[in-house]
Design a protein around this ligand. Structure first.
Ligand code: NAP
Length: 283
């Protein structure tokens, strides 16, 4: 580990806003990256109450922060306050990353979808070649749906509200929607999927997925966006069925790495970030 200089008047400050936010793993990830590269940067948490997202972007400008990550419930409000959005952020109407370009313009990106894709390609999986069942239709699901649609994956979105599933599927051209109420239909779609993705909070507190474990099988890839716990009931069932089970740490790492690149203009030290994450989540 290279180590950073002591915090001084020259230190560049990056942070994350959210509500709640004290539990965030982002300080761990980014400070490990700054340490590894010996950068005089520091990453902190800013608890910002719902409704104050746009004001936080104004404060970002006023305080001259070097970057800002954004999480619930501020993603849409912050997107509306940026000067420029990447195509992903504009399409989703949401940002998780805000920084200032060389021209002084405040830019916003949504790195979740691309981070999800990178987590797969880093594992030797080709996302565009997959037949995907995506569970959930919220912010993470929409980002993943857009990214999978861009690379040409065959996508079905399943959610407990069919209107939300349809809106999410529409983010990807050719995307289809079903509801999770009809378990037999859901089981059939899971059974033929090469990639199953949970983009709901199901599993954070031990809940089982809304389809039969028997629909999972060997040769499938099963990704949970949930990373705490590392082994959700879905991943345990997938592993028991002989599938390739992957926790949400991959997406977490790669969406942060992309944001790091926006902030610093340098490639992220993925190994150092991964080590910090693994150490934290397995102790
Ligand atoms: P969100 O916008 O609130 O969306 C949550 C989605 O899950 C909605 O479609 C919601 O349906 C559905 N849902 C919630 N509880 C459910 C239940 N009991 N049964 C069926 N569906 C349920 O949240 P989000 O930001 O998309 O986050 C979703 C998950 O992704 C969270 O667990 C989060 O930790 C994870 N995530 C991980 C990463 C990563 O880097 N690994 C990044 C972002 C998010 P309704 O609309 O009907 O409530």
């Amino acid at each position: 580990m290279t180590g950073r200089p002591p915090v001084s008047g020259a230190t560049q400050v990056v942070g994350i806003i959210g509500d709640p936010i004290r539990h965030s793993l982002s300080p761990l990830l980014y400070n490990a990256a700054f340490d590894a590269l010996g950068l005089d940067w520091v990453y902190v948490v800013f608890p910002v109450a719902a409704g104050n997202g746009a004001a936080a972007v104004d404060a970002f400008r006023t305080l001259g922060l070097s970057g800002l990550n954004v999480t619930m419930p501020h993603k849409a409000d912050c997107a509306a306050r940026c000067d420029e959005l990447t195509p992903d952020a504009a399409a989703l109407g949401a940002v998780n990353t805000v920084w200032t370009g060389a021209d002084g313009q405040v830019r916003g990106d949504s790195t979740d979808g691309e981070g999800f894709l990178r987590s797969l390609t880093a594992a030797g999986i080709e996302p565009g070649a997959q037949r995907v069942l995506l569970l959930g239709a919220g912010g993470a699901a929409r980002a993943i749906a857009r990214a999978l649609g861009r690379v040409g994956a065959d996508l079905t979105v399943a959610a407990r509200r069919i209107d939300a599933a349809e809106a999410c599927a529409a983010v990807a051209s050719g995307g289809r929607a079903i509801d999770t109420v009809d378990v037999a239909q859901l089981d059939a779609v899971v059974g033929v999927a090469t990639l199953v993705v949970n983009a709901t909070p199901i599993g954070m507190h031990g809940e089982a997925q809304p389809f039969s474990s028997t629909a999972l099988h060997e040769g499938q890839i099963v990704v949970d966006t949930v990373y705490h716990p590392l082994e959700t009931p879905l991943l345990a069932a997938a592993r028991a069925a002989g599938a390739d089970a992957r926790p949400g740490t991959g997406m977490l790492l790669h969406q942060a790495a992309l944001a790091f690149e926006h902030f610093t203009g340098q490639p992220a030290p993925l190994d150092a970030m991964q080590r910090a994450l693994t150490r934290h989540l397995t102790v």
